[in-house]
Design a protein around this ligand. Structure first.
Ligand code: FAD
Length: 386
């Protein structure tokens, strides 16, 4: 067992850190304040391969292992949580098309998605179908060479600014087996976008509802077979959860670095607060939590890379643990800044606001526990999960 990074992984990390340092971190506060989605900057990352990190290399993706992709996402999130997290969703969408789409669909969509010409959104959630996503009601009726989509999706990241939607819609009976997945042109007739939701964090990317009214989608835009859409959506989320977790860790790392510097500079009662043992212990716990979260995500990534049958449970464990620990680290970093942590001149309050949603989306942390305990309670569950 070797815990050290390969030369390639170190190089990926350096490239991503350089990009984050130059192009993301200096602007993150302003983008947050103005709710600005920096599409131009995101598109630029196509040149570095960051918009198709683990996407099918036959169509221009880098085809990296999840572990390598996670190393890159961590650095991007160190620079800007909201932007990196949107990029992780785009990557998930590009991967789904590359993994399950026909050759023609891949040729049509992937090169433009990995270059950044087209950005993507993942459309599963509906107002009445959140944690119980398999109860979704958006319908896709087959009419000749087309499916006709009707329904409404909620909370869609990037919506209104993206070009490609992967939409999960009902083609059959109730439950997960009646769901299919489609690639939909985001500018199609019959698609309407809601207002940009006013959110606590993740302000540097839009979140909107999308309504579909008699939207014609070519039958060839079905991904996989009819009825496989829910399984495909969940496979996408396995990797997605690693990404959401590692973006939380990148943010925790940034908060920890800021707090470590601050306590050395801030003096009270005649000496730097770093000399107080309670402060030292707090930092020690924050570092331990950050490394624990990162290593758990690396483990889950390797389970996905190895096609381990328990990969979903590992991804759920890693997402739950890493997002909870990272939120706590950012919150403690804010506490170490005292009143200044509460001001938006410092990045801590933004980190806390941004990280809160990582405990909620791509499956809430309660749903992660549902997934873990379901696997655990199966015959041989415990011996398969070690
Ligand atoms: C900023 C943001 C961006 C998002 N982006 C996307 C996106 O791009 N695409 C997309 O499809 N979705 C997206 N989502 C939706 C997100 O995935 C859902 O909000 C999430 O899955 C929870 O669904 P819900 O909000 O309907 O909550 P609910 O399902 O109504 O849950 C409410 C509460 O009940 C708990 N709960 C529900 N069922 C159980 C259970 N069985 N056991 C224990 N507790 C339970 C939940 O954990 C939660 O605490 C986004 C959400 C946000 C906030």
């Amino acid at each position: 067992m070797d815990f050290s990074l390969t030369d390639d992984q170190v190089a990926f990390r350096q490239t991503a850190r350089q990009f984050a340092l130059k192009e993301l971190k200096p602007h993150a506060a302003e983008w947050d304040r103005n709710s600005h989605f920096p599409i131009d900057v995101i598109k630029k990352t196509g040149d570095l391969g960051f918009l198709g990190l683990y996407t099918n290399p036959d169509y221009g993706g880098l085809g990296l292992p999840r572990l390598d992709s996670a190393i890159i996402f961590e650095e991007l999130a160190w620079g800007d949580t909201s932007v990196a997290s949107y990029m992780s969703i785009h990557n998930m969408v590009a991967w789904m098309i590359g993994e399950y789409g026909s050759a023609a669909l891949c040729e049509q969509y992937i090169p433009k998605m990995v270059s950044g010409e087209w950005l993507g959104s993942y459309c599963l959630t509906e107002a009445g179908a959140g944690s119980d996503a398999a109860s979704l009601r958006t319908k896709a009726d087959k009419q000749g060479d087309y499916y006709v989509l009707n329904g409404e999706k909620a909370f869609i990241s990037g919506a209104g600014e993206t070009d490609v939607l992967v939409v999960m819609a009902r083609t059959g009976g109730s439950g997960p087996k009646g769901v299919s997945a489609f690639v939909v042109d985001a500018h199609s007739d019959g698609i309407e976008y809601g207002k940009n939701e006013q959110k606590m964090g993740w302000k540097a990317q839009p979140t909107r509802t999308i309504s579909f009214k008699d939207v014609k989608v070519p039958a060839a835009n079905l991904i996989g077979e009819e009825g496989q859409g829910f399984r495909i959506a969940m496979k996408g989320l396995d990797g997605g959860r690693i990404n959401i977790g590692i973006c939380a860790v990148g943010t925790a790392q940034a908060a920890l670095e800021t707090a470590t510097n601050y306590v050395k500079e801030r003096s009270q009662f005649g000496s730097p607060i770093a000399e107080l043992q309670s402060v030292q212990f707090k930092l020690a716990d924050m570092l331990t939590q950050t490394i624990t979260a990162r290593q758990m995500l690396y483990l889950a990534s390797s389970k996905v890379d190895e096609n381990d049958p328990q990969a979903s449970a590992y991804c759920a464990m890693a997402k739950r643990l890493s997002t909870d620990l990272s939120f706590d680290v950012a919150n403690e970093a804010l506490q170490l800044h005292g009143g200044y942590g509460y001001l938006n001149e410092y990045p801590l309050e933004r980190h806390v606001r941004d990280l809160r949603v990582h405990q909620i989306l791509e499956g809430t942390n309660e749903i992660m526990r549902v997934i873990i305990s379901r696997q655990l309670l199966q015959d041989d569950g415990l011996s398969n999960l070690r």
